[in-house]
Design a protein around this ligand. Structure first.
Ligand SMILES: [Fe+2]
Length: 282
């Protein structure tokens, strides 16, 4: 859950699963004269859309509060507060997607593991957490599953051509930028509230390498809000300009909660709103 200041008396809550759908929407519109469309298209879009689907197991009843009694924000420390459950529900999320689309499942698996092992050594943030035995067990389990999925995909007419190291890691990096951009969009309100967070992607989207197309060097993409509802993305990777991005959110009182039931009552009763922002080439 992304817990954002909304006004003097309320917090705006965006669920991880709704942030995840923003990532899927960005993936579905990714591609223009400069940037190649994701391939295989529906698998990559599905993977982006469902990359945080495991969170649904907790978010149907977000019953853990942080040390200050506030709703649990995704940067409070999911393993600190949820422990093994956090790792188990990511496994469940992967299993669910694998049944519908094994290539998408593989990408969700790699994204989930990458959050725990420094992006397979590619990124410094989030940091490598595999010194924690619970995390190590999770990563080892998922890496064994990754090997099995790769073996299956090698035998698949539909997916064989997309499991070369170059294409697989390019899709992993695409997943990362979809996630970074969807975090930026959902983890602040309004869009130009740049001081809202210390952690999480800033305008440079953690400087992750962004694939442009096969055989071309990756680029860095930035997002710069111009007002409360608009931002400029450079270079611009989408097929529509502007691209209107919306997500559902809920408003709860901005206060410390006495216990989980105290919060859950407000969470289930909360006013729902739709947040819409527009991304522009310039
Ligand atoms: Fe995410």
């Amino acid at each position: 859950m992304m817990v954002n200041p909304y006004d003097d008396s309320r917090l705006l809550l965006a669920l991880q699963v709704d942030h995840s759908r923003v990532a899927g929407f960005l993936a579905a519109h990714w591609g223009n004269a400069m940037f190649s469309e994701p391939k295989p298209f529906s698998s990559v879009v599905l993977a982006a859309q469902e990359h945080d689907n495991g969170w649904a197991e907790w978010e149907i009843k977000p019953s853990t509060l942080n040390d200050k009694g506030y709703p649990l924000d995704y940067h409070d420390g999911s393993i600190k507060y949820l422990g093994k459950f956090r790792l188990d529900f990511y496994k469940d999320g992967v299993n669910q997607i694998v049944q519908r689309d094994p290539y998408a499942g593989l990408l969700v698996l790699m994204h989930g593991v990458g959050l725990m092992n420094g992006g397979y050594g590619r990124f410094t943030y989030p940091p490598d957490r595999t010194a924690n035995p619970l995390v190590k067990e999770y990563v080892d389990h998922q890496e064994k599953l990754r090997e099995r999925l790769l073996a299956d995909l090698r035998g698949s007419e539909e997916f064989r051509e997309f499991i070369t190291a170059e294409k697989l890691w390019a899709n992993y990096e695409l997943m990362t930028i979809f996630d970074q951009m969807a975090q930026f969009i959902c983890n602040r309100y309004p869009l130009n509230n740049n001081g809202a967070r210390q952690s999480g992607p800033h305008s440079d989207l953690n400087n992750v390498p962004v694939p442009v197309g096969q055989g071309q060097d990756p680029v860095r993409v930035t997002i710069d809000p111009t007002d409360e509802k608009n931002a400029t993305v450079r270079p611009y990777p989408f097929d529509l300009d502007p691209l209107v991005v919306s997500f559902p959110a809920r408003l709860v009182p901005k206060r410390s909660y006495a216990n989980p039931e105290d919060f859950l009552k407000e969470f289930y009763r909360a006013e729902r709103i739709t947040v819409s922002h527009s991304l522009h080439a310039s």
